[in-house]
Design a binder for this molecule. Structure first.
Ligand code: ZN
Ligand code: ZN
Length: 180
């Protein structure tokens, strides 16, 4: 999703991270999101640059790389990004991550996924129930192939693009599992 850095034209927008206003004339980071009030339209969620460095380090990094704005504290922001990117949580499904707890059960084999093991998070399937479950559902690496759809290579590419802080060797293991 494209995001931008621009000078705030008004002082009305609040920062989504710290909930305080972003002053007129201050640089702000905007993340493009679907407009909740108007289907098909896009809008921006705004953040102070320093707040974005904490909450959205990889998106801010992209915006800093592509902006033609002069960002006075760019060096400091880049340092903060480097630190915070190490613990950033993925936000776009599907992705792979190390299970932070052993609470989630695999939707493939229904066994619990051990803490610290790599798991694949996918969108909840619409099963037609009147109360669809929202949020991700989880799979063992070995169980992911049954939920990768018709094109496991394409599925893997999406998982890889959305994942953060997963070691290369674990990604390769997932890729191999999906090709099984
Ligand atoms: Zn803020
Ligand atoms: Zn499983």
């Amino acid at each position: 999703m494209p995001s931008i850095i621009e000078t705030a034209k008004t002082g009305r927008a609040g920062c989504r991270t710290c909930k305080t206003p972003i002053g007129k004339g201050e640089l702000r980071f905007g993340e493009e999101v679907p407009n909740a009030f108007s289907a098909g339209e896009m809008t921006y969620n705004w953040h102070h640059l320093a707040c974005a460095a904490k909450k959205k380090p990889s998106a801010l990094k992209e915006a800093l790389d592509s902006t033609d704005q002069t960002v006075p504290d760019k060096e400091e922001l880049l340092k903060a990004i480097e630190v915070n990117a190490k613990t950033e949580k993925p936000t776009v499904l599907p992705y792979a991550e190390y299970a932070p707890t052993a609470r989630a059960a695999c939707i493939g084999c229904t066994e619990k996924i051990e803490k610290g093991h790599l798991r694949v998070a996918i969108e909840s399937e619409d099963d037609g129930s009147p109360f669809p479950r929202s949020g991700p559902r989880y799979l063992h690496v070995a169980c992911a192939v049954d939920h990768a759809g018709d094109d496991p290579d394409e599925f893997f590419e999406r998982v890889k693009a959305n994942s953060k802080n997963v070691e290369m060797k674990d990604m390769q293991e997932l890729e191999a599992a999906l090709q099984a």
